[in-house]
Write a protein that binds this ligand. Structure first.
Ligand code: 9MG
Length: 299
């Protein structure tokens, strides 16, 4: 495994290109993270990609559609979900990561909160850690420090089993931001370079629809943390609450939410539907004059 270089603080690309175990994740334009759930019970695609050959096939299709990174998860974090054992999670994700890192050139991230899974996934070639617990599990900070991979620190109030039963905040934006600031400081104290960190307000994780809307409206307030922002809104319950649509009919609204997040400063969007999201974001960047999109011939 190649080592990770934290960008030099003054370098032109500091904080803009994450080194995911030798594979760059270029955040000078918005990156699209494709979701690969290898679980029997995830909220929108549970069971669909549970068999590892189907999971690999799905990941390859997302890369073909333009995904910049694939996020592999073996434990459902949907509201009400219970946990799985370390062994069960390893059995689900490691064979898929091993095949994927050979088959694609984009980075593969591991969606886990367990330090044992972080270590095994990195050994199998994973290049980033996506942790919905923001490295709060015992041993997780140490694992992330030892592995020298970029880490996404996500906010969650409570735990998946109970998080949607009456979530409560005085000021959701300030509280989520303060939590993430504290986690950044804990990571930096432990020896994880700031240049390796990404933050995520955790839409739907211990938040009601109004909390989610407020966080999305004020996402730009998270820029003060001075690390890239990741947003995951794809097919989430906010859409059900506003439009009354079932999970399988949430594509258009998911693309709209991804664009709202990008407009408000997200540098990575975590999505199920890669191609439609990329088309929308590249058009947005072309009009807004940001990103790396080159002007193409007009047809
Ligand atoms: C694993 N997972 C499910 N939803 C997520 C979200 O919104 N963000 C991140 N980082 N991970 C998520």
């Amino acid at each position: 495994m190649m080592t990770v270089r934290d960008p030099k603080p003054g370098a032109a690309n500091a904080g803009q290109i994450l080194d995911c175990s030798g594979r760059p994740l270029d955040l000078r334009r918005v990156a699209v993270m494709g979701i690969l759930n290898i679980t029997p019970d995830s909220f929108s695609d549970g069971g669909v990609f549970f068999a590892s050959d189907r999971a690999v096939e799905r990941a390859l299709a997302m890369v073909e559609e333009g995904a910049d990174i694939i996020d592999v998860g073996g434990e459902s974090t949907r509201p009400g979900a219970g946990g799985v054992s370390v062994q069960e999670e390893l059995d689900r994700v490691i064979p898929v990561i091993e095949v994927l890192v050979r088959a694609v050139s984009v980075p593969v991230s591991i969606d886990t909160s367990k330090p044992e899974v972080m270590r095994a996934a990195a050994a199998a070639g994973a290049g980033m850690i996506n942790d919905v617990m923001a490295l709060r599990a015992p041993g997780a900070v140490e694992a992330a420090r030892d592995l020298s991979l970029p880490v996404c620190l996500m906010h969650m109030q409570g735990e998946p089993r109970t998080m949607q039963s009456n979530p409560h905040y005085q000021n959701v934006v300030a509280e989520v931001r303060d939590f993430l600031r504290g986690r950044i400081e804990a990571c930096v104290q432990a020896g994880i370079g700031r240049g390796r960190l990404v933050v995520d307000p955790g839409f739907g994780f211990g938040k009601n629809p109004e909390h989610n809307r407020e966080l999305l409206r004020k996402l730009a307030d998270f820029k003060v943390l001075q690390v890239p922002i990741l947003a995951g809104l794809s097919r989430k319950s906010l859409i059900g609450a506003v439009l009354g649509l079932p999970v399988e009919q949430r594509l258009h609204a998911s693309v709209a939410l991804a664009l709202c997040a990008v407009q408000n400063g997200a540098k990575i969007v975590r999505v199920h539907d890669v191609r439609p999201t990329i088309d929308a974001i590249r058009m947005f960047e072309a009009v807004a004059g940001c990103g790396l999109t080159q002007s193409a011939t007009m047809e």
